[in-house]
Design a protein around this ligand. Structure first.
Ligand SMILES: Cc1cc2nc3c(=O)[nH]c(=O)nc-3n(C[C@H](O)[C@H](O)[C@H](O)COP(=O)(O)OP(=O)(O)OC[C@H]3O[C@@H](n4cnc5c(N)ncnc54)[C@H](O)[C@@H]3O)c2cc1C
Length: 408
């Protein structure tokens, strides 16, 4: 059997690794199509890599992983997919025939701000683009940076550039991390950013990057122009679907998959940021662009490729900030009643609907996050915990109670 995997990000690599655990070389020929000038890497580890120089977390499976897995590496991108002929065409002009195809082409910057294509507007979505940005900062050519978008990638880039000595301003059209946390938790993040020397402009929609060929300013609502030495767009991500045009595969914002991660075409699967998967809690289908989902989906796909019948419970929604100085973690899709504990720098929120946790946001003290997550995912009834639920020390006691009650 010949398996072709498009992409070697966390999703594609997880498919390859799990597949090799299940099917030795000889049983399955594995072809990985991947066109970046680096070994496969972990995007969440990029900031740490630039700050510390450490390679190990970045090249999380080792720099020789594709060789070790006995995969044939095609240094090209996929140009088109023909499911009827079971063939993909590469940008090198080569074609590959497959028995099973995995689409794991991930995502890239999504920016609806005009002028984003101007020279000098950077993004931090791939190791290549992130390296170009950091190289400019390190060469001492630039002393100030303007980041558009205050989601978790924007916040991470702001902290990195501040640590590299730049004067950083981050601009958000709503509050800080609006898709991950509510305004009150966002305020904790904003204050921590300010404490790290990052200026934060909120409720300021970016209208356009301006310049002839090179960016010279960012125009914001009201016509004011903001200037910096370096500009970064961190306005969100969108799935890489271009090579699927004309393939007949069902797509919406991402590739449409069923609960077994099968696409609309026979023997074609999709995993990771490119796929629209079912939310474990709400049942809604959308692109859940986080690392643990990509890895979990990759493993499920690999098991399906060899004929196993694993159950994929669904994708999770979770965000955390690693370098802020204040621990922050948010999960779920909050609805229902808000339970809140405010204690100086600590903010802990749980959202409970009909006795079930639908989401949580913890800042300053994230103890218990693992327990809340488990209670949330198992739809456990938490009414019995009363006011103790919010206490930072809740975790240990709850685990014991859970075990006694046999929850999860
Ligand atoms: C700076 C940053 C920080 C992050 N931090 C976190 C975090 O803290 N926690 C968390 O959970 N998530 C985080 N994420 C998100 C996480 O990295 C992604 O969800 C994850 O990388 C998705 O994996 P993927 O393999 O689906 O896609 P990607 O990582 O996007 O990989 C896609 C792969 O496909 C390849 N490819 C693209 N187009 C083609 C083509 N046409 N042909 C062949 N190959 C192609 C690419 O080269 C790449 O190898 C972060 C992301 C970034 C950018």
């Amino acid at each position: 059997m010949r398996v072709v995997i498009l992409g070697a990000g966390p999703a594609g690599l997880s498919v390859a690794e799990r597949l090799r655990e299940l099917a030795p070389v000889g049983d399955v020929d594995l072809d990985v199509v991947y066109d970046e000038p680096f070994p496969p890497y972990s995007p969440p580890a990029m900031a740490d890599h630039f700050l510390t120089g450490r390679d190990a977390p970045l090249y999380w499976k080792g720099t020789d992983v594709l060789e070790r897995l006995g995969a044939t590496h095609h240094r090209a991108a996929c140009r088109s997919v023909d499911p009827a002929a079971r063939r993909v065409e590469l940008t090198s002009g080569a074609t590959l025939d497959y028995n099973r195809l995995v689409i794991a082409t991930g995502s890239r910057l999504h920016a609806e701000v005009p002028g984003v294509e101007l020279a000098g507007v950077h993004d931090f979505k791939s190791l290549r683009t992130a390296t170009a940005l950091v190289d400019r900062a390190r060469r001492g050519e630039v002393t100030s940076a303007l980041i558009v978008g205050a989601g978790f990638i924007g916040v991470e880039v702001a902290l990195l550039l501040a640590d590299l000595g730049l004067q950083v301003t981050i601009i958000s059209r709503r509050w800080v991390m609006p898709r991950g946390v509510d305004p009150e938790t966002g305020e904790v993040v904003r204050a921590a950013l300010q404490g790290r020397g990052v200026a934060v402009l909120m409720y300021q929609p970016a209208e356009a990057f301006e310049g002839d060929t090179e960016v010279e300013a960012l125009r914001i609502a009201g016509g004011e122009r903001l200037r910096a030495d370096v500009y970064v767009a961190a306005t969100g991500v969108k799935p890489n679907l271009e090579c699927l045009a004309g393939s007949g595969l069902a797509m919406d914002w991402g590739v449409t998959v069923d609960d077994d991660l099968r696409t609309s075409e026979v023997d074609v699967y999709a995993a990771g940021d490119v796929a629209e998967t079912r939310d474990l809690l709400t049942g809604e289908r959308y692109v859940h662009a986080i690392f643990p989902n990509a890895v979990a989906q990759g493993r499920i796909v690999a098991e399906r490729l060899v004929g196993l019948d694993p159950v994929y419970a669904g994708a999770e929604s979770m965000n955390s900030l690693k370098h802020l100085g204040v621990p922050v973690v948010a999960a779920g899709v909050p609805s229902g009643e808000e339970l809140c504990l405010r204690d100086g720098p600590v903010l802990r929120k749980l959202f409970v609907d009909d006795g079930r946790i639908t989401g949580f946001q913890l800042a300053g003290d994230i103890r218990g996050a693992g327990v809340y997550r488990r209670l949330m995912l198992t739809h456990a009834d938490v009414r019995g915990y009363g006011p103790h639920l919010l206490e930072p020390t809740f975790g240990a006691g709850a685990i014991a109670m859970q075990a006694m009650a046999g929850v999860g």
